[in-house]
Write a protein that binds this ligand. Structure first.
Ligand SMILES: *Cc1c(COP(=O)(O)O)cnc(C)c1O
Length: 388
């Protein structure tokens, strides 16, 4: 008899959950089941798999793994993070109202306003660090609160437990985009959320070599709706990408520790630098969300945003064009360090007036701090800042 494995530690789950040696060969690593279809012994008699749009054994292993990491009953993998968000939104009905944060992943904002608003779902974007603003936005039609914390790119911290308590009192479901924190640092379901969304493209995959998404939930009704979406709308990830995501999660805990250590060191360095304005890193005690972050996260993550004392876009461009270890690229969460300019890159789809309103200024620079040697990362930023 196998012992109960559900109470194992995070690192053990990361490496083992959802997986066992392949029953036909003993292969220790889950094979890449690169097959679209499955032989049946008689019509309708199969071993649980019929067609890979619906399910695939490599994907099943990944889904079990991600569910264990989030402490969820169900994991549902998607071809991308936004495909997971799309599937959640399709679980709502025309006329439903969603409250979200006004400093949201640009792709989520685009999907909400350009795809789902025309289909009759209504959105309010508020400053979710202020519970009163959330409460004021609630209407009889509010069906969901969509939170993201830390936010992208302003690194604001939303109090997940407080938001869930408010939502609960009004019978509203809460979804949390946990991409920045990962389940190693933050577990929204434990804090009362109904759904957790991941862009596994980022830290879960961890090596910038896949596009993949996942939703974790312990709500059977939501899991059923989401699986129905996978089957009906077909945003299923391929087995190779699921294999790579599984390889990624095996080292998630080890990578995250280094991401956090490196980011903390760089945030302190930037905070002291005369050419740097405000440093947005929840690990800094001066961060307005520091106490809540310390409460709901086990560490502060690998993402930093900062502005320059010289707020002209040219100053930011000088820094962005002169780093050597930090590569100028969108995305985040890989082992390599990346630098980017939200106003012209990841958040260009947010109108300039909206960007200005929330403080997403032209000199704002976002770092995805990788796991290279900290001395190299620090001297790379130092020489780039010296050129302003
Ligand atoms: C990247 C990202 C997404 C979208 O994920 P994809 O895998 O690119 O589709 C959603 N939310 C956040 C916070 C992200 O960083």
């Amino acid at each position: 008899m196998a012992s109960d494995s559900s109470n194992r530690g995070f690192g053990t789950h990361a490496i083992h959950a959802g997986q066992q040696p392949d029953p036909s060969t003993g292969a220790v690593m889950t094979p890449i089941y690169q097959s679209s279809t499955y032989a049946q012994s008689a019509p309708g008699e199969h071993q649980g798999y019929e067609y890979s749009r619906v399910s695939n054994p490599t994907r099943t292993a990944l889904e079990g793994n991600l569910a264990a990491l989030e402490g969820a009953e169900h994991g549902i993998a998607f071809a991308s993070g936004v495909a997971g968000i799309d599937a959640i939104m399709k679980g709502l009905r025309p006329g439903d109202h969603v409250i979200s944060t006004n400093d949201l992943y640009g792709g989520s904002f685009r999907l909400f306003t350009k795809v789902f608003e025309p289909f009759g779902i209504n959105f309010s974007f508020v400053d979710m660090t202020d519970l009163d603003q959330i409460e004021a936005a609630i209407t009889d039609d509010t069906a969901m609160i969509w939170a993201e914390t830390p936010t992208n790119p302003l690194m604001r911290i939303i109090d997940i437990r407080a938001v869930c308590e408010l939502a609960n009192a009004h019978d509203i479901d809460v979804a949390v985009d946990n991409t920045f924190a990962t389940p190693y640092l933050q577990q929204p379901l434990d804090l009362g959320a109904d759904l957790v969304l991941h862009s596994a493209t980022k830290y879960l995959g961890g090596h910038s070599d896949i596009i993949l998404g996942a939703v974790c939930t312990s709500r059977d009704d939501w899991a059923e709706k989401l699986r129905f979406q996978v089957k009906s709308a077909g945003a299923s990830p391929g087995p190779m990408d699921c294999f790579l995501a599984l390889r990624g999660t095996k080292t998630l805990h080890v990578r995250m520790d280094r991401h956090c250590d490196n980011a903390r060191a760089l945030a302190l360095f930037l905070d002291e630098h005369p050419k740097v304005g405000r440093v947005r890193y929840p690990g800094l005690e001066s961060h307005p969300g520091h106490d809540i972050a310390a409460e709901q996260m086990s560490d502060f993550g690998g993402m930093i945003a900062f502005s320059l004392t010289d707020d002209r876009i040219e100053a930011a461009k000088t820094v962005l064009s002169n780093t050597d270890v930090f590569l100028l690229a969108e995305s985040l969460g890989g082992v390599e360090s990346l630098i980017e300019h939200p106003a012209s890159m990841t958040h260009a789809s947010i109108p300039p007036e909206e960007r200005a309103k929330i403080g997403l200024t032209d000199s704002l620079i976002r770092l995805s701090v990788g796991i290279e040697d900290i001395t190299d990362l620090r001297s790379d930023l130092e020489q780039a800042l010296d050129r302003i």
